[in-house]
Design a protein around this ligand. Structure first.
Ligand code: ADP
Ligand code: MG
Length: 673
């Protein structure tokens, strides 16, 4: 039923709704208020000074009116509020003076000013409504009162259109009101309590539907397999693992087993391997790639930057030294001639493993027999790149690696139907990085410490922040720091500079000088956040540290925790803001990446996480997966149970939910194919 078909709406009203994409009666009912103004009367004993409230009382005599200017009047009168005598002041209501007399009931909205004797009112009415809540709808061109009236009429005439998606047993168990009640209470509330109930119900439904969709995808992927079952050679894999220069940690082993199980199963692997920088993810992915080559498949590893691609290429070349495997590197700076050769070798099947940036997934890159794609720091790729990569082979196993710790429930929501493996313990006996927040004024302490470290033969990163609005400023800032540091340590040590604007060869040259200790201090814009593995670099100095996210700071400091030497991270900040200092101190004290990530999420909110990922679609109208984490957790468990118990498929009461997730699955599949 379109709003335009309702007899009682003006064209203007229909247009105003249309501008907000509200076309049908259901659109209107499912459009929620942005906030609620509460005019519920507060008893005198519960009133607070300075807070906007509504009180009611009996007028104690005639008002006193003064005209201050032609357009400004002030009126004072006394009111008995629950036995207390209160002087009321209200501006520009002189036209009400004759209505205010001894014994008259008034309802006043405003604040007690400085004491409970003086009330400054902004609203004055004479009706005796006990409670009043005004929803704010924010429809341009229509007053809230009018919208409320329309909604009320629509609700009572068309509430039969509302379909209950939540089965009764779920509503009972989780104490949720019906959809009709929820829609009524959210649009035409009479008490705050009703609003709370409606919000809970609506959020619950949004989150449950979302979780069911995600889990259904996962379920389908596993139960209706359409992937490759790769029968790798276990013996060869074992012998490859045994010739590594170290033993895998327990977490690495578990993760590896999970990955190998996916590889050998007929469903498409879609697994996230989480672990902090240096936790040993790359090695695990290398073993997985090795495994598929034993069955004659090719593998690809895709990284977001060239620096990282080069680094992985080196790592892999070393790791596979003892094998006959052919490893290749493909980035946009590979010369055309070499590129042609590589492409031919790929389609001919003579290259076993290819490492590259997103240029790996251009049309002309054809594999002979691709079996596994590994992506590192996948969230850094744009949506388009991700889709084209998935499109390369819908059936191909996909392993995603990320150093960003995302709490598990959130990860499931964010990453769709991923399975997750986590590496928690770091390999070796690395000492935790000593982190210190240092006020900019005291930065000399840090300079002195740097001197000592260099005398011990160690090396240092200085990180200058990325300035989002301006890459030019960004570079200028880095150059300035570089010049200053160079001057400061002149004759003592060598200083280098690396930033995003350098050509690849230039970057590589700087990195080569740094990794061979020809340069002791490397000034870098945050480009080095991704990649860069210099074991001898033990100190990281982060300038304007308050401009980085706390999860990002944590990730960066992992870069210096690469050896058995004690590592240091200095967070230098000029900011005197309490929140900034609190955040930096938190990084100083907390080593748990998951805890920091959660804190970060709370600070940044869900917009930031979804941002590009959902490419503009709004997932939830009311729920917020960051702020409503507890509810999400609860719903997550329920969704799991509904799928596992097969209730979603067999129980008639769950039909609406099933239709919903099934249709969504079809749509998603179409997008991928
Ligand atoms: P990530 O990819 O998670 O950042 P890497 O796989 O690059 O971590 O590992 C970091 C460093 O630790 C590398 O030098 C690697 O050789 C080493 N390493 C990995 N696993 C182990 C292990 N089990 N024992 C000792 N060193 C390890
Ligand atoms: Mg890595």
């Amino acid at each position: 039923m379109d709003l335009s078909e309702l007899g009682f709406l003006t064209v203007k009203a229909v247009q105003a709704f249309k501008k907000q994409n509200i076309i049908t009666v259901l659109d209107l009912l499912y459009h929620y208020p942005t906030k609620f103004e509460d005019y519920t009367i507060i008893p005198f004993s519960e009133a607070e000074i300075g807070k906007n409230i509504t009180i009611a009382g009996i007028v104690q005599g005639k008002p006193n009116v003064a005209n201050i200017k032609s357009n400004l009047s002030v009126m004072n009168f006394y009111v008995d509020v629950d036995g207390a005598r209160v002087r009321v002041t209200i501006f520009n209501r002189h036209f009400l003076r004759t209505k205010i007399h001894y014994g008259k009931y008034v309802r006043l909205t405003g604040k007690f000013d400085q004491s409970f004797n003086k009330f400054i009112a902004s609203e004055l009415t004479f009706d005796e409504l006990g409670t009043a809540i005004n929803p704010v709808f924010n429809i341009k061109g229509l007053e809230d009162k009018k919208v409320l009236e329309i909604k009320e009429k629509c609700f009572f005439d068309y509430q039969d259109l509302l379909i209950e998606d939540l089965p009764e047993d779920i509503r009972k168990e989780h104490d949720l009101i019906s959809i009709r009640e929820a829609i009524q209470y959210i649009n035409i509330p009479e008490e705050m309590d009703q609003i709370q109930q409606a919000i809970k119900r609506i959020k619950f439904e949004e989150l449950l539907k979302y979780q069911l969709k995600v889990k259904y995808m996962l379920y389908r992927r596993k139960t209706a397999p359409e992937g490759l079952a790769i029968h790798y050679n276990q013996k060869q894999v074992d012998s490859f693992v045994s010739q590594l220069p170290f033993q895998l940690t327990a977490d690495q082993q578990t993760s590896l087993q999970e990955i190998l199980y996916d590889i050998s199963s007929p469903y498409k692997m879609n697994r996230l391997l989480q672990g902090e920088v240096g936790s040993g993810k790359t090695v695990v992915s290398a073993i997985a790639l090795f495994a598929i080559t034993t069955a004659g498949y090719q593998g690809a590893i895709m990284v977001p930057t060239e620096v990282l691609a080069n680094q992985h290429f080196q790592t892999f070349t070393e790791l596979f030294q003892s094998t006959p495997l052919k490893i290749a590197l493909l980035t946009s700076s590979v010369p055309t001639k070499d590129r042609k050769e590589i492409l031919e070798a790929l389609s001919g099947g003579t290259i076993d493993i290819i490492i590259g940036t997103h240029s790996l997934f251009q049309k002309e890159v054809v594999f002979k027999k691709l079996g596994l794609v590994v992506t590192d720091e996948e969230h850094r790729f744009g949506v388009k790149q991700r889709v084209s990569m998935v499109g390369k082979g819908y059936l191909i196993d996909h392993l995603k690696m990320s150093a960003t710790p995302i709490p598990r429930t959130l990860a499931i929501s964010l990453l769709g139907d991923s399975d997750i493996s986590i590496i928690k313990t770091m390999p070796g006996h690395k000492k935790p990085v000593i982190t210190k927040y240092i006020d900019y004024e005291k930065r000399v302490e840090v300079f002195e410490h740097m001197r000592e470290e260099i005398l011990r033969g160690r090396q240092i990163f200085i990180i200058t922040p990325m300035i989002e609005e301006s890459q030019v400023m960004d570079l200028k800032n880095a150059l300035e720091v570089f010049e200053n540091v160079k001057k400061y340590y002149e004759g003592f040590c060598e200083v280098g500079l690396i930033h995003g604007k350098l050509k690849t060869e230039e970057k590589e040259e700087v990195m080569r000088l740094f990794s061979t200790n020809k340069i002791q201090i490397l000034v870098a814009t945050s480009v080095i956040e991704v990649g860069v593995n210099v074991i001898n670099a033990t100190t990281m100095v982060i300038l304007d540290a308050d401009r980085f996210g706390i999860a990002q700071l944590h990730q960066m400091r992992g870069r210096v925790q690469r050896s058995d030497f004690q590592a240091y991270c200095y967070l230098i900040s000029k900011s005197q803001a309490d929140t900034s200092i609190k955040r930096l101190k938190l990084v100083e004290e907390t080593r748990d990446g998951f805890a920091l990530a959660e804190e970060d999420l709370l600070i940044r909110g869900q917009g930031d996480i979804f941002g590009e990922k959902q490419s503009g679609t709004i997932l939830f109208k009311m729920a917020n997966i960051v702020l409503d984490r507890d509810l999400l957790e609860q719903v997550n468990g329920l969704a799991e149970e509904i799928i596992h118990s097969q209730r979603l498929f067999n129980d008639q009461a769950y039909k609406n939910l099933y239709d919903l997730v099934y249709n969504n699955y079809q749509v998603k599949k179409e997008i991928l194919e």
